[in-house]
Design a protein around this ligand. Structure first.
Ligand SMILES: *Cc1c(COP(=O)(O)O)cnc(C)c1O
Length: 459
């Protein structure tokens, strides 16, 4: 008999969560949050699946590293711990710490991207796209077509279509393409991985056109796990060996350490070129801080170095990804429509197929998020019309192809009982889905980035 997997850690410290009643939640959601779950106090949430960013649980070794953090302004030993971890695990000689992932993008793009540039990639993450467009440059999506079909089973839905990429490289002058960005795993297409073969092909093509390749690496370790499981040639390698192989096809990277480095705050840029390091250092000092701390405290750099090591261990990754998969499989078993294959960090519920009777003008995924909260105290996040915002010219709602409710699973935080609770809550809501006839109406919204602050009323 094969024994089941189990978490390769035990719990030493616990945090109480308040188990509210349905009546309490109904009032909080209406009166305090105005049907926007971002407006809830965290104490009003029983299981928080808003994001997996910065919400993970640090280990005893990370907390121990916090206690020995070196808070020297320049040359802190914590900085050198981070430098050593980046060199040994990711293989880069140079790096700059930043306070989080978007700050790394800000510094790197200030150095490399100018007005009129074109930056091809695989469904750039929203802050990445934002930082490109803010500089009046353009992000061009070259993801494979299979990524946009939620029911199609492709093992590497984050892959770049090499023909699409080559077309962009052919049709534009080299000076206008400062870099190619490959996001591993691809967040915007549901945490879907990129294969080694694809990374190799991208790098090969990039070399032909002499364009550097950068990885947007927030979930690089989860990407490596999927390579081990799905790309036959690499099944015998350790996660750290696969990670080294992946980054051998990159000239540099940006990192949101709030994801796979399992810290609550932090990020960095890493690169091979000393010249780029020197240029980027100027912006790092201006925006983030001196190059040996860049917006991070010494203790946070120490915890990050330790987190990079733990986050690239197979047993941890297996328990992490199997937990997400367990929830996804429960949903499939109950007939709940979700995006497949199941990604690394979250379950995406297809709200249009869940609530086909609710008109798109009434914010289907937001409606589903509110019902799930009222019934169970679980907080997810809408990835649909509210997030897609209005067309800047016509001011009409943009209705995206997909209305998704994302349930992101924090790292090392919830037990299997919590996951069962989530699955049963979804099942209960799914079974009574025909009672839900109407959605929501907006009563207040900000002119841009409305997702976080929109207020609604129930129809
Ligand atoms: C989270 C994330 C970012 C931005 O990082 P922050 O730490 O939130 O600023 C960039 N790219 C990807 C792929 C991410 O998941």
């Amino acid at each position: 008999m094969k024994l089941p997997y189990a978490e390769p850690y035990k719990i030493k410290m616990v945090e109480s969560v308040y188990k509210s009643t349905r009546d309490e939640r109904t009032i909080w959601l209406k009166e305090i949050a105005k049907y926007n779950l971002f407006n809830l106090k965290s104490k009003h949430v029983f299981i928080d699946l808003l994001t997996d960013s910065g919400t993970g649980a640090m280990s005893d070794k990370q907390w121990a590293a916090m206690m020995t953090g070196d808070e020297s302004y320049a040359g802190a030993s914590s900085y050198y711990k981070m430098k050593e971890a980046i060199k040994s695990i990711l293989g880069f000689d140079y790096f700059l710490p930043t306070h989080q992932g978007r700050a790394a993008e800000n510094v790197l793009f200030s150095t490399m991207i100018k007005e009129g540039d074109i930056v091809p990639g695989n469904s750039h993450f929203d802050t990445t796209k934002g930082h490109i467009e803010f500089r009046k440059a353009k992000a061009v999506d070259c993801t494979i077509d299979e990524a946009f079909d939620t029911t199609c089973d492709h093992p590497f839905k984050g892959n770049i279509n090499i023909d699409k990429l080559e077309k962009v490289l052919q049709e534009n002058p080299k000076e206008k393409i400062p870099m190619i960005i490959v996001t591993v795993t691809c967040n915007s297409s549901g945490g879907q991985p990129v294969s080694i073969e694809n990374l190799k092909d991208v790098k090969h093509l990039a070399e032909k056109y002499k364009i550097p390749v950068f990885f947007d690496s927030a979930r690089f370790a989860e990407n490596a796990y999927f390579i081990k499981k799905r790309e036959a040639a690499y099944s015998e390698l350790t996660i750290k060996e696969i990670v080294a192989k992946m980054f051998s096809f990159a000239d540099g990277m940006t990192m949101s350490s709030k994801k796979d480095a399992i810290v609550n705050m932090g990020g960095f840029i890493a690169m091979r070129s000393e010249e780029l390091f020197k240029k980027a250092s100027v912006y790092n000092i201006m925006f983030e801080g001196y190059i040996t701390y860049g917006g991070m405290s010494g203790r946070d750099m120490s915890a990050l170095a330790q987190g990079l090591d733990e986050g690239t261990e197979f047993n941890y990754l297996e328990s992490r990804i199997k937990q997400v998969e367990y929830l996804g499989n429960k949903c499939l078993e109950y007939g709940i429509p979700i995006q497949t294959p199941i990604g690394g960090h979250a379950i995406f519920i297809d709200a249009k197929r869940f609530l086909p009777q609710v008109p798109k003008e009434e914010y289907i995924a937001q409606t589903l998020a509110c019902i799930l909260y009222i019934e169970s105290g679980i907080r997810g996040v809408e990835i649909g019309t509210v997030l897609a915002d209005r067309d800047p010219e016509t001011r009409e709602n943009r209705y995206p192809e997909l209305e998704l409710l994302r349930l992101a699973i924090p790292r090392r935080v919830y037990t299997k009982n919590h996951i069962d609770y989530i699955a049963e809550a979804l099942k209960m809501v799914f079974e009574s889905r025909n009672d839900i006839r109407r959605g929501l109406r907006i009563t207040y919204e900000a002119p841009i980035m409305r997702h976080f602050t929109t207020e609604f009323e129930q129809l």
